[in-house]
Design a protein around this ligand. Sequence first.
Ligand SMILES: Cc1ncc(COP(=O)(O)O)c(C=O)c1O
Length: 393
Amino acid sequence: MSRPPFADWLSQTNDVTSTFLAAGQIPGLINLAGGLPDPSAWPVTELAELAQEAVRDFPAESLAYGPVPGQPRLRDAIAARFSTDALPLTRDNVLVTTGGTQALAALGLALVMTGQTIAVQTPAYLGALDTWRARGPDYRPMVLEDADFDPVAAMTGAQFAYTVPNFSNPSGRLVGTDQRRALIDAARRTGTWLVEDDPYGALYYDGAPLPSMLEMAGTDSPVIYLGTVSKELAPGLRIGWAIAAPEMIAALSAAKQGTDMFSSGLCQMVTALAFERGLPEAIRPHILSMYRARRDALCEALETHLSDWFTWEKPEGGMFVWARARDGRLNTDALMRAGLTEGVCISPSSVFDPEHRDHGGMRLNFTLNPPDELEEGIRRLARTTRAVLRDAA
Ligand SMILES: Cc1ncc(COP(=O)(O)O)c(C=O)c1O
């Protein structure tokens, strides 16, 4: 008996992503592929207390169905967190989402129909591409570091432009203030929306944080800012948010309504209490010093073991080092597969290319593993690289 076929977009996925996602389960494997925080960074005791308080003292907010755009108390806390003198925000500027991922998916639902264009900072965040796949968009890559990158040309006719200015996933790149300004100006001139996805904004290891495009653009802004508690508190809370003009928040809220109706009331209350009491700020110094040391350890190990074969830049924040192969014959899809038998996993560049054509790079995560494991992982990767190049010769 034949059954109805699956929707067309399912055939456009590939097994590279599922292979490296599944690799986390292999015993003894050193996982450099994911984008995971270290579990020791989670404020377990504090969150347990807040969860108990939320259920006990706020049962209606925590356990009943709630308003689609989010619990007013959390929307207010988010508005307060991101307001400045020049940019007073209210809850009407805020949508609470189920992780930042749902905000990305809602953008696709609210703004994109088949064949329409999304301008995407490239290499691009794989998870964002996944959320938009079923919408059937055309992608216009934006390589912000190219000397001849023209933001107006890139944004003209696009439904929105997607950027991760703070330590992009996967490239770890920090977009400077001048380029942030140029992106805002281009969005204004072309009339498109400018998405600022910012999960790594709290993870600056060296310098002072740059102003967000949300803040720089002020009122009457083309910016849609996306945030999440995943890297600042814990990803299992699945709480994120969008901040934008009220008309955009209303459209995203309509998209969310048809997806999950509303985000977990319990997790919203826990997040509201955590924000009101400054929990992310209290745990940040520990997280920053742990991740800074790990970034340094990974970069040292790369220098020692992999510099003959790869180039990279030390990122000033975030969770990733982006490395490019010196030798065009080194295919990082092959490196990823071969690494699994050597006990190490990386994310190959093909998954961050909307057209899957880039096989010359890899993303390495440094936040999940302690320094000695990072060094051992890079040693295994050096062995794997030598073997893959031998086979390619
Ligand atoms: C660039 C970027 N955006 C959004 C997210 C979404 O995170 P979450 O859905 O956990 O909030 C991530 C997670 O890794 C990310 O790297």
